[in-house]
Design a protein around this ligand. Structure first.
Ligand SMILES: Cc1cc2nc3c(=O)[nH]c(=O)nc-3n(C[C@H](O)[C@H](O)[C@H](O)COP(=O)(O)OP(=O)(O)OC[C@H]3O[C@@H](n4cnc5c(N)ncnc54)[C@H](O)[C@@H]3O)c2cc1C
Length: 360
């Protein structure tokens, strides 16, 4: 350990898992000068690739506690991350604003109260009669949709973000290993991680960013870590109604709990469901399109043009996410459930600080 402290920057850190959390951690740590290796055998089939990329931070209604602190920090960190990533992909952007809508009068009253209690320039009530609300009501053939707008929140394309992070990580000389880790153990101040092919990777620190599977690599009973799988699903719907122009809707919004992203005049994405299972359900179209008392005909008659899902890990018995320094140089960063894309900047900052403290 003494040697490691003296040679701070020479420490080798193994990041297990290459979803959004693993990639952000690897990048943050590589900026500090460490030698980083990311290991993952199926980085294209994870929950991060399924994400809709909504960054719902500022419109989060609980303005205290750990969850709000993480969101707040992430909102503050995102602009710098974006600037850095745009050096590698100048088309990567955060589309703003984000709109939250409801047809439930009680819920709207709560939203109104929240806005009135938070004199935040970036949050506003969408008044009845405003062009945005008129357009939304017209497209959804109703009169009772109301909501709020946040000019600080928005959406980033998750797949494009992950691809850009890969280019950036390569540029920062982060090593990538296409392997699955089946065991980790400590031996003489070093961590030995064994791959499915029986290769041993030695590192000074291990950061577990492998979502649900993190519990397979630690003594989860001893550390009292429990994670549950929660399936999230999304569909791309193609409509066939010349009278409806989906581009007259806002770029991204949530209505009665469903996230909607219009892609073109006749295509939109709807997500996501919350199921305590790992298998996609059959009637996904019905589940995702029923968010109003009366579903408009253009939506009922639409067809699924794409469908995808991802398994999110939700902590059982404690709030999301789980960020813990388990034992000497073994750090856990998992259980991001619905907000991994939003929270990645704040969590990687937390991990970097833990490692700096551990090594200093
Ligand atoms: C449909 C859907 C919509 C969503 N929308 C949003 C949204 O709008 N905004 C938002 O912020 N979040 C959203 N999320 C949530 C977000 O996707 C997750 O919170 C986030 O992806 C969690 O990232 P992760 O890196 O922890 O996990 P993952 O992306 O699942 O990555 C974990 C990685 O670990 C690897 N791994 C596992 N075990 C091992 C092992 N033993 N060895 C090596 N590698 C291993 C896996 O292969 C995987 O690549 C959405 C999720 C879904 C499914």
């Amino acid at each position: 350990m003494k040697g490691l402290k003296e040679n701070f920057k020479k420490a080798h850190i193994l990041v297990i898992g290459s979803g959004i959390i693993g990639k952000f951690n690897a990048l943050e740590l590589s900026e500090l000068g460490f030698h980083i290796t990311i290991v993952d055998s199926s980085q294209h089939k994870n929950s991060s690739n399924a994400a809709l990329g909504l960054l719902m931070g500022n419109m989060y209604q609980k303005r205290k506690g750990r969850s709000w602190a993480l969101r707040k920090q992430s909102i503050e960190l995102w602009p710098n991350w974006l600037k850095e990533l745009q050096k590698f992909n100048n088309e990567l952007n955060i589309e703003k604003p984000l709109i939250q809508l409801t047809t439930n009068e009680e819920k709207f009253k709560k939203l109104e109260k929240f806005i009135n209690e938070n004199s935040d320039q970036n949050l506003k009530i969408l008044k009845e009669g405003s062009i945005i609300i008129e357009n939304i009501n017209k497209i959804f053939q109703t009169k009772n949709i109301k909501g709020i707008i946040s000019h600080k929140d928005g959406r980033i394309n998750a797949v494009s973000l992950l691809q850009t992070l890969n280019i950036c990580l390569k540029n920062k000389k982060v090593d990538f290993l296409e392997e699955q880790i089946i065991e980790i153990k400590k031996s003489k101040n070093q961590w030995i991680s064994t791959t499915r092919n029986n290769e041993e990777i030695k590192s000074d620190i291990v950061v577990l960013c492998n979502s649900l599977k993190a519990v397979d690599l630690i003594d989860s009973a001893y550390h009292n870590i429990k994670l549950k799988p929660v399936l999230g699903q999304a569909i791309e719907v193609e409509i066939n109604d010349a009278e409806v122009d989906l581009l007259s809707l806002p770029k991204q919004f949530n209505i009665n709990g469903k996230n909607i992203i219009p892609l073109s005049k006749s295509k939109l994405i709807i997500g996501s469901t919350d199921e305590h299972s790992t298998r996609p359900e059959d009637n996904i179209f019905g589940k995702l399109t029923k968010f109003l008392d009366k579903t408009p005909n253009w939506l009922i008659n639409g067809n699924i043009s794409k469908q995808w899902s991802g398994i999110r890990s939700r902590p059982d018995g404690e709030p999301s996410p789980i960020m813990k320094n388990l034992e000497n140089g073994l750090i856990l960063c998992t259980g991001f459930y619905k907000n991994g894309i939003l929270l990645a900047p704040a969590c990687s900052k937390w991990v970097a600080n833990e490692i700096k403290n551990y090594l200093s």
